[in-house]
Design a protein around this ligand. Structure first.
Ligand SMILES: Cc1cc2nc3c(=O)[nH]c(=O)nc-3n(C[C@H](O)[C@H](O)[C@H](O)COP(=O)(O)O)c2cc1C
Length: 196
């Protein structure tokens, strides 16, 4: 297709879109269906506030920048754990290995106290202010949180990464289409003739 035809096609597509949709107007069901396709690595976000440990299961995590090393995490401000993160300004991100789904379930559960959740998995005190870190996780990042952005129901935590541990042989636990799953061994695409 030449450039002119491609532009015409793009323009037709743009005109097919609803005009000026108001922000946040997408249908909730459609939003949920779309998000089910967004496979995410399952993590437990944890913090320490004095003697108290707090943590929750989360997939809303991503790399922000390499220089400086930073990540971001989104936490529901109405959850029981949020206030501890806001107070401490400390965050550990524990990327769960495939065999740690029981930890994911425990930290997503509404039952028990915050401390009860740490009975799932083996937790140690990390190098940064004794942040809880999960043994045998696929990776763990210990962070300070210089910035916390209010984004409605959720807050975006910017984490300055101070320490990183990773276990390259561990396979990460994923959440996709409403269930826990794992990574396929490889994808072979004959169009490109290589494996990636
Ligand atoms: C797979 C999965 C991913 C989740 N991702 C997030 C997330 O990114 N942010 C969040 O605030 N809650 C997330 N949750 C929900 C919390 O884990 C859950 O509401 C938890 O009970 C909150 O704990 P809290 O009330 O102690 O804060 C997720 C739950 C599951 C099962």
């Amino acid at each position: 297709m030449d450039r002119r035809a491609a532009l015409a096609e793009m323009s037709a597509f743009a005109h097919a879109l609803p005009r000026d949709p108001s922000p946040g107007a997408a249908d909730l069901l459609a939003f949920r269906r779309g998000m089910r396709a967004l496979a995410g690595a399952v993590t437990v976000l944890a913090t320490r506030l004095g003697d108290e440990r707090w943590g929750l299961t989360a997939t809303a995590i991503c790399s922000l920048s390499a220089e400086p090393p930073r990540l971001l995490a989104c936490i529901n401000q109405r959850g029981a754990s949020f206030a501890a993160f806001r107070e401490s300004r400390l965050l550990s991100v524990n990327v769960l290995a495939e065999n740690q789904f029981a930890v994911a379930e425990r930290f997503a559960g509404l039952d028990g106290s915050a401390e009860d959740r740490f009975a799932a998995g083996v937790w140690r005190d990390g190098a940064v202010e004794g942040l809880p870190v999960l043994a045998d996780a696929a990776a763990t990042f210990e962070c300070r949180v210089p910035e916390l952005i209010d984004a409605g129901t959720h807050a975006i935590l910017i984490g300055d990464i101070l320490t990183v541990r990773s276990a390259p042989e561990a396979r990460p636990l994923l959440y996709c289409d409403g269930r826990f799953t794992g990574v396929a061994d490889e994808i072979f695409d004959p169009r490109y003739g290589f494996q990636f």
